[in-house]
Design a protein around this ligand. Sequence first.
Ligand code: ADP
Ligand code: MG
Length: 457
Amino acid sequence: MFEVLSEKWPEILDFFKSEYDVSDVSFKTWILPLEIKSVEDGLVTLVFTGPSESQGLKYINKKYLSFLKVSICESLDEDLDLQIILPNGEMDNSIATTNESKAQLLDRIKDSNLSEKFTFDSFVVGSNNNAAQVTALAVAESPGETYNPLYIYGGVGLGKTHLLQAIGNFVLEQNPEATVLYTYSESFVNEVIDLLAGKHTVQEDIQRFRNKYRNVDVLLLDDIQFFSNKDRCQEELFNIFNDLHMKHKQIVITSDKIPKDMEGISERLINRFEMGLTVDIQNPDYETRMAILLNKAKQESGIEIDNSALDYIANNFISNVRELEGSFNKLVAYAKMKPGTVIDLDFAKDILKDMIDPDNKKNITCESIIEIVAEHFDLSTKDLISDKRSADIAWPRQICMYLCRYFTDDKLETIAKALNKTHGNVIYGIDKVKKEIETDPNTRATVEVLKKKVDPE
Ligand code: ADP
Ligand code: MG
C-alpha cells in the first residue's frame, strides 16, 4: 500500500488542490512539505516538515486533514484513516488528547438533537445544491468565522435539513469541545408557548430556556417559517440571535423562502437573517436524481438493481428528494420480501403503479387532491383544512385550490367548503398560484409534478 500511495501521491495532491480550490501559496506552504511516512493497519501517517512546527501542524489538521483524507481514500478507493505528525514524532495534542471514542461522539450527536446519518458524505452534490453545500461546508469548518448566519432556503424535501444536520455532525466530529444544538422551529415555538402558558413558570425556567440556546457554539434552526406571526417567539429568537452573533457563535437557518419574502416575520429579524449569506437549493436535475439513487443502490447489498428502474424513478419524481428516496425504499422493501427478485423496469412499474401508473385512472375530487397535496408537502389533511394560517400550510392549501379548480368542475363554493375556507379565500388563492406559476420556475415545477400525481395521464 505504501508503494501505491507513493506512486499516486502527485495525482492525489493535484486532485486535492483543484477539488478544494487550495491557493498556490497555501499549497506550497502547508501541503508540499508533507511526506509519506507509513501506511499500517489502515492508517496513513504523514510527516509535516513545514513552518512553525506544532502551530503549523495544528493549522493543517484543522483546515486540511479531512480533505486530504478524502482525496487519499478516493484515489486509492480504500477506506483509510489519516494522521499527520511532526518529524520528531510529536502529534497535535489538541487532537491526540481529545481523541474521543465513537460511542462518545454518538452521545454528543444525540445530545445535540442530531441524527448521525445526515452527513456531508451522504449528501450528493449537484448543480441544484452546489452553492449550498460549499457554503455549508465552509461554515462547518470554521464556525462563526465565515458566513453568519448562513441562511439556506428551498422547497420541500430538497435536502435543507440534511445539510443543516451535516454541519452539526461535522463540527462535533472535528472538535470534541464544540457544542451544537439542532432545533426544529416548531419545538422552539412550543417551548415558548409552554413557558408563557405555564401557571408555575418562574424566572428560572425562562432563564434555563434562554441559556440552553445561548450557550452553544453552533445553533441550527430548521424551518424558520414556523415563527411566522408568533411575535413573542420572534422576540426570544431575536435576543438569542444577537447574543450568539455578538459572541461569534455560528447560526444556521433553513426556510422555505428568502428572508424578504417571509410573511409575518418582524423586519428586524429579517434584517438579522440577511446579515450573513443566503443560499438556495433548487430542484435536482436528472443527473443529480440519478446520482442520489445510485448512491442508495450502492448501499443495498444482496439485491440486484437495474439502472432502468432507477431511471424510471428519476423520471417520475422530479421535485422532491424525499419521494425519490421513498419510492426507491419501497422497491427495495418489496424485493426483499421475495429473495432473488431483480429490481428492473417492469418490477418498478408494477410496485409503483399506485404512485405513477398512467393507466390507473382515479376519480379526481377535491378530497383526493387534498390528500395528494398533503402527502407531497408532508402535512396532514387535517392541517390543510384547518384554520391555521402559517405560510407552510397556507401555501399548499392555495395550491390545492388551484388544482381543484383545474381538475374538477366544482363551483368555487364547493372548493371553499372542501377546504373549510371562504369563497373569497379561494379566488385569492387561485390567483396567487397562477401568478407564481408565471414568475417562479420552482412553483411551476411543483405544480407540474402535482398535476402528474393527481392525473398521471
Ligand atoms: P428538506 O429539509 O429540504 O425538506 P430533507 O433534508 O429532509 O429535505 O431531505 C429529504 C430526504 O432526501 C432526506 O432523507 C435526505 O437525506 C434526502 N436528500 C435530499 N437531498 C439529498 C442529496 N443531495 N443527497 C442525498 N440525499 C438527499
Ligand atoms: Mg426539512
